[in-house]
Write a protein that binds this ligand. Sequence first.
Ligand code: BTN
Length: 257
Amino acid sequence: MSLSLKQLPLACVAFHETIDSTNAEALRMLKKGQSSPFLVLAQEQLAGKGRRGRRWESPLGAGLYYSLALELSEDVRNIAALSLVTALSVCDALDRIGVRDLGLKWPNDVLGNERKLSGILLESAMFKRQRFVVIGVGVNLKLPETVKLSLGHTITDIISLLGVEIEAHELAAHITLELLASIERFKKSTFSEFAADWNKRDAYIGQAVQVELNGLICQGKAQGVNERGELMLLTRKGLETISVGEIMPSVRPVGLN
Ligand code: BTN
């Protein structure tokens, strides 16, 4: 189905050829009083932000660099779970345009063919006593070989998965449509409504994994996510729930099989 950004209920869409970071720009626009929801898109980011202070490689025309800014009501407390809902929405949008073999890696990486295809960074802020969230999504569309090589081929892009290029604005429209609908559902309920779907897409369920937690490595067998979006990990000490950190693929067996 072809979908255009014009069909979506957005206050505005800001297009940039080059920007530092679409998330940073969305936060600046909110600060200046821009009404939400709105979208910031760029063809290139000079200082793309990744999770945990990392940099997101954002060469010109090689990816979708997308930020959706929304007002959040006081009752939405679990921003971490919202980032898992976002990952699920991005998966559903990619699926809708024909990308298959997608998976999720806790908390919010979207994998294609077991390699990273999309990353998500949520940033929240208060302006004039209102609470906002900026949902940043990066999707690799057509990465230069040098970037893939520098990351040890742990990443993939749409062109490798689909064999054809896709239009960034159309993908942005599909992601926005899925996201707006999921966020409405999330506002009215909790993550528990999404947990089963998330676990169906979980690429690591039942597998030995390592989780990095404040510099410490925790090992165990991934058991999917619970109703709060926390990772359930079966360790030698028993079942633990982990709310911060991220799964790293296990480099050696953890002896729990
Ligand atoms: C990750 O580390 O996996 C998260 C990456 C998020 C990247 C996107 S690209 C659009 C938006 N603007 C940014 O500066 N970062 C996010």
